[in-house]
Structures are given as structure tokens and as C-alpha cells.
Write a protein of this length. Structure first.
Length: 109
């Protein structure tokens, strides 16, 4: 079972699918995660702390995804390191656009 921190971050992320950040209530996040509000405040200190942790987690996952997209670009014979830089950039750009469109955190801004 995931730790309370991950459950809370998942619940906050899910809440952003239905409402903007200013409409996300701590009591609802705690309830969705199956923990008390006190646990939520103990973990993050405030709604701002929850937001910072959520943005940090999602940014790390986003950057890891960009790295995977770059690494997965098709190999091209005769190029430096066997990979065409244009193909790598195109693969990363496609991944970024697809992911950004689907991410409620991006739309919540």
C-alpha cells in the first residue's frame, strides 16, 4: 500500500481533474486519500506545501518522460551517436504536447 504522502498527492492530482486549484479543499483531499486532515497537515503543513510537493512530483515525472522520449527516438545510420537530433527533438516535442494536454496540473495553472 502506498504511503500516506503518495495517497495524498494522488488525491490532490485527481481533484484537479474536476476543479481548479482554488477549489480544491484540504478536507476533500484527506477524505479521498483515506486519511485524516491532521495527517495531511502533518505531511505538508499547508495547502501551499501540498501544492509545492505536487508540482515537484509531477515535474520530476515530466522530465523523466522527456528523457525517455529522447532516448526512444529512432536510430539513424550515419549520425552522431546513431541518433538523429531532429528525430529526438520531434519525439520529445510530441511527448510533451501529448502529456501536457492530458495533465490537469498544467490546465490548473
Amino acid at each position: 500500500m502506498p504511503a500516506a504522502r503518495e495517497l495524498l498527492l494522488d488525491a490532490a492530482f485527481a481533484a484537479l481533474r474536476t476543479r481548479p486549484w482554488n477549489g480544491v479543499r484540504m478536507v476533500d483531499v484527506a477524505a479521498a486519500a483515506g486519511v485524516s486532515r491532521q495527517t495531511l497537515y502533518n505531511e505538508f503543513g499547508s495547502k501551499d506545501g501540498l501544492a509545492r510537493a505536487l508540482v515537484r512530483r509531477e515535474a520530476e515525472a515530466f522530465l523523466a518522460g522527456v528523457e525517455r522520449a529522447l532516448a526512444a527516438a529512432p536510430a539513424t545510420a550515419g549520425t552522431v551517436a546513431g541518433t538523429d537530433a531532429g528525430a529526438r527533438c520531434a519525439a520529445a516535442a510530441c511527448w510533451i504536447l501529448r502529456t501536457a494536454r492530458a495533465n490537469p496540473l498544467v490546465r490548473a495553472a
